[in-house]
Write a protein that binds this ligand. Sequence first.
Ligand code: FDP
Length: 335
Amino acid sequence: MSTDNNIRPIITFAQHVIEQQRGHPTATGQFSWLLSGITLATKIIESYVRRAGIVDVLGTTGDSNVQGELVQKLDMIANETIKQCLGYRGNVGILVSEEDDEPRIIKDAGGDGRYIVLFDPLDGSSNIDVNVSIGTIFSVLQTRDDVWPGEGPEKHILQPGIKQMAAGYVVYGSSTVLAYTTGDGVHMFTLNPDIGAFVLHRERITMPTEGKMYSVNEAYEASFPDGVRKYLAAAKNENYTQRYIGSLVADFHRTLLRGGVFLYPPTANAPGGKLRLLYEANPMAFLAEQAGGAATDGSQRILEKEPFELHQRTPLIIGSQQEVEKVHQYLNDSG
Ligand code: FDP
């Protein structure tokens, strides 16, 4: 029989967020209410992911999304789940999904609607049907005070990443892990399926400052910028190793823990980069910097980029401080 002495204390995600809020005298608890909506949604999504193949969630819906990509059934389920879980928390005023053409304005949820949640409901869609890790990414902004009511939601949404209040991701991998930041370090939780709660397993994660590992889709190498090709050639000479899953969440998660660099440079097919600034690059850049890493588009810090449209894409170089600097050096030397 167990006694109090052999029960390990646990800290759940909700407890952790409340603890963090204690440091903010003006906190009202609304923010933790919002974040708990995100964890609820990701637990529902994870339950579908774990049953894929048993319930009818694999394959495409037959529709294309705003990016022109085929919508997977799980993409659609994840998108609707997040909108349902956050649409009725009165403090969320605008929901912006990578899957939708337009932002969703929430008028009747009964709160002050001061937060904007941007999300990629299921990142790494091409990996869904083959049982490879996928994830959900989120970013939280606050509505701006200097926007007139008639000006439209874009004015509120198109803010640089440096303005994010929180960001994080959930990776549905060999276990389900959540990482988040509110600007005070990066904290990591594992979903304990026995109790249905995300339980803290690492606080204030720091990314190794260097790491001999690069992560890139080398099939596109011929059209990478010269500097990136030279960096990759040098990395091979220096006995680096290569890892590429093809789900940003999973590739970033590994880079955060092991170090190295993830690159999605401009290519012939995606001259402006493939990844989305608001739903992918900004939240990952916030996490990377909070863990001591760096994130750029090759010429500028990601978090300082001024967005000009909702579904804007960007090149992304993200990871260990020294490795990102090294890529930059090669880019600069190649003019
Ligand atoms: P996917 O197309 O499978 O949804 O931005 C989406 C993304 O995956 C990222 O998760 C991933 O890093 C990248 O695209 C993979 O692109 P490539 O197939 O061109 O390598």
